[in-house]
Design a protein. Sequence first.
Length: 140
Amino acid sequence: MTIVKININKVNAQRNLDAKGGQFNLKNNVALKNVEEMEFNVPGKKGVKFSFAFNCNYQPDLGSIEVEGQVLYVDEEAKAKEILDSWKNNGQVPSDVMVRIVNAALHKGNIQAIKISEDINLPSPLQLPKVKAPEAVKKE
């Protein structure tokens, strides 16, 4: 199983200028929208395209960031057929594949959301590391 690429094809962000500052809650969500076969010309391998939507909502009504894209995945023909059949028959993906695809979508979505949040003056959706000054050395 190999994720060959993650494409972003839509980004939408908004900040409510009337919202008051202070405490806020952040809700992130990622969902698969579609799973379909993609062209991949390697004997014995088949490509699968997973379309996803990543949403970052700041509550109460501070703003939102939405990212849509695709995770492009390649596997053995039998495994790819199993994934496509599972999606077609019950709208689900085998859990071993789902974990990797959702993690890839979360990673890409969070990176985009961090960049965009700075541009529209929303708090970062992830806590970024900070350097702290060392404590004063105690004199004896």
